[in-house]
Design a protein around this ligand. Sequence first.
Ligand code: ZN
Length: 62
Amino acid sequence: MSSTLPALPAVGTLSEDQIRGAACVHCGIVLDNATAVDLGERLARIADLTVRWWPRACRQHP
Ligand SMILES: [Zn+2]
């Protein structure tokens, strides 16, 4: 796992659109395929499950 990946907000604090990559994981702006930055596969604990999710961000974040 690269150490250059930015820290992400906890999944539990995010909207459904942010979790499924339709909205920026940091600021919540709606993304399209031209502007989204794929942040790679992440693992999150939800209740007793470990789930994979693929957050995306807009270009305003380092
Ligand atoms: Zn953003």
